[in-house]
Structures are given as C-alpha cells and as structure tokens.
Write a protein that binds this ligand. Structure first.
Ligand SMILES: [Fe+2]
Ligand SMILES: [Fe+2]
Length: 365
C-alpha cells in the first residue's frame, strides 16, 4: 500500500460516512482486507435509492477501488469477495430504481440511432445550462463545477471499461471518441486536465476526489451509473447508450457554460474545458449515435434495447441532478452538502495549456 509522491491524480482521501452502511465500509477499508458481516446490506430498501446518501456513497466507495483506489486503503480490497457481495446488493437496488425511473425502452423500426435521437429530443429537463449562462452568480457557478469535478477529473474513464469488451466497428468508434477525451495522448489536452484549470481559475481544489465529501447522493449517482454500466459486461449496451446520450446533449450546454464563465469575467483558460467540448462533442455525437451504438447493434442486435435504456437512464439521472441544483438555488440554499469553500490562490503546478484561438464570436450564443 504505497502512497504516490504526487497526489494530484489520486488516490483521494476516504470520504466521511453518511449512514450505517457507508460507515461500516469506511471503517472496514481502513483495516487490512477481511470478511464483512454476512448480513451487511441484506435488508437494504431505501425509499429512493437514487438520492439515498448512504447507498450512493457506499457504491461510490466500492467503485473507486477500481479507479484510483483510496488513500491508505489496501489495494486488495478491490476484489475482496464479501465487499463485492455487498456491492452487488447495492447495485441490484440501484439498477432496479433506474429501470423503474425510465421504464422498458422500445426500439423504433428506424433503428437505434433514431431511438437515441428521439430520447434526446424528448429530454425536457430543467435548463441548468441556461441558468448558468445567464443568471448564476459566482457562488452557484463554483458549486456546479464542484459537483461536476467528481466526474470531470476522471473524464472518459468509465466508458473506457467498454474497450476490451467490444470488437469491430463499435470499438473503432469508441477509440476515436476516447482518443479526443484523452487529448490524443497529450496531457495538456486531456479533458480531465483542462478541467483542472477551470477548477484552479475558480479558486477550487484541483486534487482528484477533493470534492466527493460535499457532493450529494444525486451527484454521486450520475457517476455510479457510469461505473455500474462500465463494470458489468452484460451492461455494455447501456454504457454505450449512456455515452451517446452524453455526447448528444453536450455541445450546446458546454457553449452556455463557457459563456456563463465569460459573463462572470473569467478568461479563456477557465473556459477552455467548455469551449473544447463545443466542437468536439458536435463531432462525437455523430460518431456515438451512428458508428458506436449503430455499429454495436449491427453486430449484436439484441443489445438495442439496452443501448436505449442506458441513454434514458443517463438523461433521467441528469434531469434529477439539474433539478436538485436549480431547486436548491431557488430556495436560497447551497446545492452542496456543505457550501463550497472560499477561493484558494491559483496553483502554479498545473501543466501549461497549449495556445488555441478562442471560439469565434459568432459561435457564442
Ligand atoms: Fe470530454
Ligand atoms: Fe465528447
């Protein structure tokens, strides 16, 4: 259990427990791997699994062992059988809630790409992006960035789980998308690294996992959803559908996020992450719907409904996330578990960004 000399890329420190189940897991993870009580989590039945703090944090604790791990936690916990059994119990509850939320998808005769387009067109969620563009104050914008940091600091990683599970056209399409996400192999262009600059410009901690403790269940659920799909081969169709919905609903909101930051007086280093996604995701959405999901279903037609389930679940949980932020702000509350900390001075240790031209004024909505 060695600790890295440079902790900015993880592992994160263990978060604080949010209930009896996550408390038992946090406590266990501090010790060498051992069997958990056999009855832990067997009567799990939260009223709303998607917004249940204890359940979502427990899932997040388990999943993170497959990403960067947790600081000071023995890496052998990743495959500890009784912890995996507990995770499976939590996953059954979470997946059942997702399936109740979106119902059974029907695949249109026109095919899976048309089905994805229908889901995206019918997505009538609250416009968080419009609020961030036009009205959000600096405190609210910083909150939004804190929520999203849980994902963006490991941007693209959950969907990479699909790579060894695919062959043929879907694999080629996924590699094309992921190559962009990972900056074509250049650290200074990796999306996760671009996001660290946004955090830094907003005076927020750029360390991997720094904001997990203040992220509420619904934010963890947006991440756990991807990990659930990513870590189960049987859900590979849902994982690709999730990625497609992500890419198909990204370009315009990212333009708005960038414009919101510009309205608040931030420079192009702060907006680069969002600006980068305006054009990249306009391309990615075509690849994702037609080459990735279409390619998968041409090879494995039985996965069409799963693709649409993954897309619908992603859109639905994101609607809950947006509603949580907007409802909190409307009520004059923080959307975080505890309000964002005061601004830190910008770090000097970030990799320098390559020079690029800012988006043309005509592209700014
Ligand atoms: Fe990205
Ligand atoms: Fe993308």
């Amino acid at each position: 259990m060695s600790e890295p000399a440079d902790r900015r890329y993880g592992p994160a420190t263990l978060p604080r427990a949010r209930g009896p189940l996550s408390a038992a897991v946090v406590e266990a993870l501090r010790l060498p791997p051992h069997d958990l009580p056999a009855d832990l989590g067997v009567d799990l039945d939260p009223a709303d699994p998607i917004t249940d703090e204890d359940l979502q944090l427990t899932l997040f604790l388990c999943y993170e062992l497959h990403y960067r791990g947790w600081l000071g936690v023995d890496e052998s916990w990743e495959w500890q059988p009784t912890l995996l059994a507990l995770r499976a119990r939590c996953e059954r509850v979470f997946e059942a809630a997702l399936r109740r939320l979106v119902g059974a998808p029907s695949v249109p005769a026109a095919g899976v790409a048309a089905g994805l387009a229908e889901l995206v067109a019918a997505d009538d969620g609250p416009s968080l992006a419009a609020t961030l563009q036009r009205r959000a104050d600096l405190t609210q914008f910083r909150e939004f960035v804190v929520h999203r940091s849980v994902y963006h600091l490991r941007e693209a990683d959950p969907h990479s789980w699909a790579l060894p599970r695919l062959g043929g056209p879907a694999k080629a399409a996924l590699v094309e998308i992921q190559t962009d996400e990972y900056g074509n192999g250049r650290l200074d262009r990796m999306h996760a690294e671009l996001f660290r600059h946004t955090l830094d410009r907003l005076g927020l901690d750029t360390t991997y996992g720094a904001h997990v403790d203040v992220a509420p269940a619904v934010t963890l659920a947006t991440n756990n959803l991807m990990s659930l799909f990513g870590l189960h081969r049987r859900l590979r169709g849902a994982l690709l559908g999730h990625l497609a919905a992500f890419e198909m609903t990204s370009s315009l909101p990212n333009r708005r996020y960038g414009n919101g930051l510009r309205r608040l007086g931030f420079d192009e280093v702060a907006t680069r992450f969002y600006d980068e996604h305006v054009e990249a995701d306009a391309v990615h959405e075509q690849i994702a719907a037609h080459d990735l999901c279409g390619g998968l279903v041409r090879v494995e037609p039985a996965l069409a409904a799963d693709v649409l389930f993954g897309a619908a679940a992603g859109l639905a949980v994101d609607r809950l996330f947006a509603a949580h932020l907007l409802d909190s702000w409307d009520a004059g509350r923080s959307s975080l578990r505890t309000p964002a900390p005061p601004a830190l001075p910008p770090k000097v240790s970030l990799v320098a960004l390559p020079a690029v031209a800012p988006p043309a004024p005509s592209a700014l909505v």
